[in-house]
Design a protein around this ligand. Structure first.
Ligand code: SAH
Length: 399
């Protein structure tokens, strides 16, 4: 029996020949056979030529995600072993450090659409985010056990994006031992405590690691404000770098509590750390009206742009917090400002930050451009993999 297949419209064929791995519902001219959710389908050009093998997602606007542009290859456990081996090997030493944190598999960028694997010390955490990844869950689990030999493999497929794929949210143990409440990892000499059950993403934000390290030397001797602090990745970096003081602004009381644990685990003096729980937009205003000023501010907000229609609204949010931060900085102060909204182009983000400085009547320069950690690479044919961007801005002294 022939494998089920999708025949494309002309416009979708162009995107596929440029090796973009997504096929949108509007690009499908015909579905042949009755592919099940997540089943492998052959992708055909309008003239019937075979172009690729992809996972079928009948409930999603992204109707299929390409596994391979070689239609002759078999999509089976050996295929996943090969792709997983390739992804892990590409991470080099950092994949193997016994107490390190590292993204081992970054979905489309590693030729494994919908699959995320992060390692935290002896444990690994997986997310199966698409119908195709979900279908191969057992095979991926057994290959990861074979390749990594983890103490435990934990699943965090409790991500809203799964609903668009017609999948339920799920979390729990896939193999081996259940992870402890806190997994201790080493981040460039700092001890971090990761909660893979409740923590954001797979437990924490591995994507900011090099930027936190970069911040250490800049924080030396400065009064630091860490806004959207989560469990204090940047705050701990600042304390490690010799900041005079660190103030945190964060909505989640649990995240702030976890930061205190981490500060203690690293032997940092709690006197240097001040916490304010609540909404950053109002807390920044309050700090300003109280006359508080800082020498370095980190702005690492959650994703404001959740869809194209929200860009304008999100831009107002970004501008507001950046404007307030410029006002809170002393001359010579540094602003580490980030956006993790993939739909916000770097050029537009730069314009928003520029407008914020203008409104604050502050002259500032970009001294460095930052991005996501190298274990979150961007496949050239899939630019959507790039989402995190940041600027290090320096406020010039007035006059
Ligand atoms: N900088 C952190 C990651 C920040 S993630 C790190 O490197 O680990 C964004 C954080 O912003 C989350 O912890 C979330 O709880 C918090 N947050 C979201 N909206 C907020 C708001 N309006 N005010 C304050 N904190 C908010």
């Amino acid at each position: 029996m022939r494998a089920p297949s999708l025949r494309l419209h002309h416009r979708a064929e162009r995107s596929l020949t440029r090796r973009h791995p997504w096929i949108f519902s509007g690009g499908v001219a015909e579905v042949r056979g009755e592919p099940a959710v997540g089943e492998t389908v052959e992708v055909l050009a309008p003239d019937g030529e075979s172009l690729a093998l992809a996972a079928y997602s009948p409930h999603s606007q992204i109707r299929a995600r390409v596994w391979s542009f070689d239609p002759e290859v078999a999509i089976d456990e050996a295929f996943f072993r090969h792709r997983l081996e390739r992804a892990i090997a590409a991470r080099g030493e950092s994949a193997r450090a016994p107490d390190g944190g590292c993204r081992l598999v970054y979905a489309e960028s590693d030729g494994l659409p919908g699959l995320i694997v992060d390692r935290y010390g002896e444990f690994a955490v997986c997310q199966f985010l698409s119908a195709g990844a979900e279908r191969w869950r057992d095979a991926v689990t057994s290959v990861l056990v074979e390749l990594l030999g983890p103490r435990g493999l934990w699943e965090r497929s409790d991500v809203g994006a799964r609903r668009q794929e017609g999948l339920d949210l799920r979390a729990g143990c896939l193999a081996g031992e259940e992870p402890p409440e806190r997994i201790e990892i080493d981040e460039d000499g700092l001890r971090l405590l990761v909660d893979v059950r409740q923590g954001h993403k797979t437990g924490t934000y591995l994507d900011q690691r090099p930027n936190r390290l970069r911040f250490r030397s800049d924080a030396s001797g400065r009064e630091v404000l860490d806004v959207f602090a989560f469990t204090g990745g940047f705050s701990l970096a600042a304390l490690a770098g010799g900041a005079a003081s660190v103030m945190q602004v964060e909505d989640s009381a649990a995240a702030l509590q976890q930061c205190l644990e981490q500060a203690a685990a690293n032997g940092f003096d709690a006197d240097r750390l001040e916490q304010a729980q609540g909404n950053a937009f109002s807390l920044l205003r309050r700090l300003l009206s109280e006359g508080r000023r800082f020498d370095a501010i980190v702005l690492d907000p959650p994703k404001f742009v959740t869809s194209r229609g929200r860009i304008e609204q999100a831009a107002r949010g970004y501008k507001d917090i950046n404007r307030l931060s410029f006002l809170l900085l002393r001359p010579g102060g540094l602003l580490y400002t980030f956006s993790c909204s993939g739909l916000l182009e770097p050029a537009l983000f730069q314009k928003i930050v520029a407008d914020a400085a203008l409104d604050a009547r502050v002259e500032a320069q970009i001294v460095e451009r930052l991005g996501q950690a190298p274990d979150h690479p961007t496949l050239l044919s899939f630019p959507e993999a790039t989402y995190l961007k940041g600027f290090v801005c320096r406020v010039l002294s007035s006059g």
